[in-house]
Design a protein. Structure first.
Length: 469
């Protein structure tokens, strides 16, 4: 998947909203403000987005939106979420960090850190057009960084120290990002594997970037981390030669070449030092047990070669990228500045919730919350009045319960729409009825008590009274 500069940048001093591939009403995905579309691939669309609401505290990120035909596939979504949870555990300088995995309605997306740069596939195309291929030392360093990220992912363990068995399965130039400042990062761990798992169980068979599959993967065998080592060896071969290793006329012919054809030495195509060629050929062994045992081992071999060349420095990556993509680099700087300064559309629910802070909660019907002019004793008397007048009180209790349930159902709506002052400042008619009824009962009880105290005592020989209270 290619990630590049947004196609719709400054227009009239502001960044325009990219709506290609999205509904015109969509401005956000989750809590992220969409700015512009970066790319479209077979699994997702990639957007530049803003995280944060306050000016000066915003961050540019990338949001990868799963395409609708996959988002509607329940099997894919279940596997995508499983793999995305695993990918979110990855934390390494050479792996793009997953910020959030979420959904907005029927839209599923990944939010990840922004890498201001180009995929290695774009680097190779531009280098071929301008006849500025990377030096062998630079090529070795780029692939060594990618191998370091792979080695970290392959060795990931759970909380008990048990290996998680992470395999990328889609290592290719499109999934190796090179930033303008010289960083090298891998992308698409979770999405690629979930897509592959669905493809294997769907009519049509094998899907993905077939040219970078290992022989065991092309043969539909079980794969492990050494399949990624083979794929990275293919990428290194192509970086050194400027040509495609396994491209054939058809997918079937490509898979046959991967499984059966001998691997040509890169020195037969380009000027490649023997030390570096040995690394390439070992990574491309057909038998997995003959390859490097780990991506870390391959990374160390490549780093030894790169730093053995006098005059090489990692800073050369940034110089090479800024020289090869000078206009794009300047455009990215303008894009970042404009995006961070743009006016963000507020989230309605969040703003209503902020506006409601410090205000009296909106209520409907009788409530136990104290209000100005009412006391807790008055509310208790209202309860006594309800028990004293059972027949009428039962009907009132039913209406009161209905009012309370209605208030609880309408509460979420009241948070998003400001309430009128009259609905919160004065008691409702139902409240006044309960309070006045309670006062009346209290007055009746007080009068009856005074009358009993003031009545003269009855004579001893009088018959017992049959009057009941």
């Amino acid at each position: 998947m290619t990630v590049g500069t947004p196609s719709d940048l400054r227009q009239g001093g502001r960044l325009s909203q990219s709506r290609n591939g999205m509904d015109d009403a969509v401005r956000r995905l989750g809590r992220f403000q969409i700015i512009g579309r970066l790319a479209t691939g077979g699994m997702a669309e990639v957007y530049l987005a803003l995280s944060g609401e306050l000016p000066g505290f915003r961050t540019l990120i990338v949001v990868k939106r799963i395409l609708p035909h996959l988002a509607s596939n329940g099997q894919f979504i279940r596997m995508f979420l499983d793999e995305a949870r695993l990918a979110a555990l990855l934390d390494h300088p050479n792996v793009v960090r997953i910020i959030e995995v979420g959904h907005d309605g029927e839209e599923y997306f990944l939010a990840m850190e922004l890498v201001q740069g180009k995929p290695l596939s774009a680097v190779l195309r531009k280098a071929a057009r301008e006849r500025r291929p990377p030096t062998p030392a630079l090529a070795a360093y780029l692939i060594a960084q990618a191998a370091s990220g792979l080695g970290y992912a392959h060795g990931l363990t759970d909380g008990d120290g048990q290996p998680l068995g992470v395999v990328h399965r889609d290592v290719s130039p499109q999934n190796v990002l090179v930033s303008f400042e010289g960083a090298v990062k891998l992308i698409d761990f979770g999405v690629a594997r979930a897509f592959g798992r669905v493809a294997h169980t769907s009519p049509g068979g094998l899907k993905g970037k077939i040219e970078y599959m290992s022989p065991e993967q092309a043969s539909a065998e079980e794969v492990d981390h050494r399949a990624d080592v083979f794929a990275l060896g293919v990428v290194l071969w192509e970086v050194l030669t400027g040509r495609r290793l396994f491209r054939r006329e058809t997918e079937l012919a490509t898979m046959r070449a991967i499984v059966d054809d001998p691997i040509p030495r890169p020195s037969e195509v380009a000027d490649v030092p023997p030390e570096l060629e040995a690394v390439v050929m070992r990574a491309l062994r057909k038998r997995r047990d003959a390859r490097y045992s780990s991506a870390h081992e391959m990374a160390l071999a490549l780093e030894r070669y790169a730093f053995a060349n006098e005059g090489f420095s990692p800073q050369q990556v940034a110089g090479y990228m800024k020289g090869l993509f000078a206009p794009e680099f300047l455009q990215w700087r303008k894009t970042a500045t404009a995006a961070l300064d743009m006016q963000v559309e507020p989230v309605e629910q969040g703003n209503a919730r902020i506006a409601a802070l410090g205000a009296e909660p909106v209520t409907q019907g009788p409530t136990m919350a104290l209000r100005p002019g009412l006391s807790s004793s008055g509310l208790r008397l209202g309860t006594d009045a309800q028990t004293g007048t059972q027949s009428r009180g039962s009907r009132s209790q039913g209406s009161s319960r209905g009012s309370r349930s209605q208030g609880s159902r309408s509460q979420p709506h009241s948070q998003t729409a400001p309430s009128s002052p009259s609905s919160t400042a004065a008691p409702s008619k139902g409240d006044r009825v309960w309070v006045y009824g309670g006062l009346a009962v209290l007055a009746a009880i007080t009068a009856a008590g005074a009358w009993m105290l003031a009545r003269p005592p009855a004579s001893t020989g009088a018959a017992p009274s049959t009057r009941t209270w």
